[in-house]
Design a protein around this ligand. Structure first.
Ligand code: FES
Length: 124
């Protein structure tokens, strides 16, 4: 069963949205980010101090919509691989959560086909 992150048409272009993801038995706050036809997701955790990235729930892009930006000390990360290219954690990366577009939905990669199960927090 594929695990839904959010509906594709609910994701602004460019834009981001929060969701929760369970890994190793722990629930983690995550963000999905879109640019054009491409989509990626990362844990909502800055490698600098571990603080959440978002400045409002699920909102992590800089004002230009070109990079993920940490709300605390404004580190900037590439959308496509999570690499920090500016700020105190330069050269470090966000923890990726593999996602893909499948029809009308963004789903977790490897979470199966067919019926879908919606994740909590995907409506932020
Ligand atoms: S906590 Fe993200 S840049 Fe400092």
């Amino acid at each position: 069963m594929a695990v839904r992150v959010c509906r594709w048409d609910e994701l602004p272009d460019p834009g981001s949205r929060g969701f929760e993801h369970e890994r190793n038995g722990q629930r983690r706050s995550c963000v999905v980010v879109r640019r054009g036809a491409q989509v990626w997701a990362y844990e909502n955790r800055c490698p600098h101090t571990g603080a959440p990235l978002d400045w409002r729930p699920g909102q992590v892009l800089n004002p230009e919509g070109t990079h993920i930006q940490c709300a605390l000390h404004l580190a900037q990360f590439q959308m496509d691989d999570g690499l920090c290219i500016h700020g105190p954690c330069l050269g470090q990366s966000l923890q990726a959560v593999p996602v893909e577009r499948r029809g009308a939905w963004v789903v977790l990669v490897g979470s199966g086909a067919g019926g879908e199960e919606e994740m909590s927090g995907a409506n932020r």
